[in-house]
Design a protein around this ligand. Sequence first.
Ligand SMILES: [Zn+2]
Length: 398
Amino acid sequence: MPSIRQSYTVTVPEEPPASVFPFIKPDLRRKSPSMSRSMLVSTFVGLLINQAKNSKHAQGLVGLRNLGNTCFMNSILQCLSNTHDLRDYCLRNTHRVDLNNNCRAKVALMEEFAKLTQTLWTSASNEAISPSDFKMQIQKYAPRFVGYNQQDAQEFLRFLLDGLHNEVNRVTVKSKAPGEDFDHLSDDEKSKRMWNKYLESEDSKVVDLFVGQLKSTLTCSECGYCSTVFDPFWDLSIPITKTSGEVSLMDCLRLFTKEDVLDGNERPTCHRCKARRKCTKKFTIQKLPKILVLHLKRFSECRVRTGKLSTFVNFPLKDLDLREFASNNCVNTVYNLYAVSNHTGTSLGGHYTAYCRSPCTGEWYTYNDSRVSPMSSSQVRSSDAYVLFYESAVSSRM
Ligand SMILES: [Zn+2]
């Protein structure tokens, strides 16, 4: 086994063992105060990343074995492995710093996720690897993933990001202060305060990348009173416009942000009328995340799935501009696609694959469990597209 594979399983220690830094003389490792720990770490990271660049097999083009209906997991893991900043967070072992800073008992999920990502990017062969150690940890975190039933990829993504976030949360002591009332503030001020309040308890690399803020506005049909609520979101579940033909992602986003009437049993309580009133509700994206995950609602929301919409949703690979749906404060509203989790088949049974654009080469690849093969970018759009991963064009590497 090449030494590079052993090295990342070792915690970056105060005094690195010879196996981690074989290129540094032993006496230098022990004595020289000029060779600081951070220098050693950055040399090591350089080596790791060079290894990833130089080896023709080491470009994240490694498949994941199917352990029995685990294609939903493999599909999402490959999308995340091709998420540039998250991959580097794992490759550079930055997650260790966050894990060490909070002395929490549970760190195993992040460790296994990082180990898996590192293996995908540094493996000396292109043979598929088994995600069984990782699976063991995710099912400890979320027991619903015990066993080998087909699961929903988007739900899995939610659980996984939540689990990773909890282990590397920079906040270790959460404030118990009672919620403040921001209702007298302007919407912009209110959204900022709400966001800062959120960061006071939830703040991590995962939040830095994936979390945005959604504004919902409720307007009373009787008195016109307008109330706004700002909630963090980890992804957006976008309804698919009902039509017989093809629809565009923009049309689906327009449906998502369209004014909706809440009436009958759904009537909310108006703060001014102090009674349940027919209201209109509308979503606006208040804060856009670096990585925008769009979940196409192909399945009905009931626990028992009845059907699947196999509508072809036409989404752009480049320059998705969300200005129309975002608040005026959002400056960077343009996004590029870098990964898609696909679902083929019906609501009763099917198969998940992933299409990902390599953060190194910009080329697209199909990840079908253990098989990885090049593909044309013209094939990325299909009626199987289920979860879309977009990155802000500002940080995009296209
Ligand atoms: Zn009212």
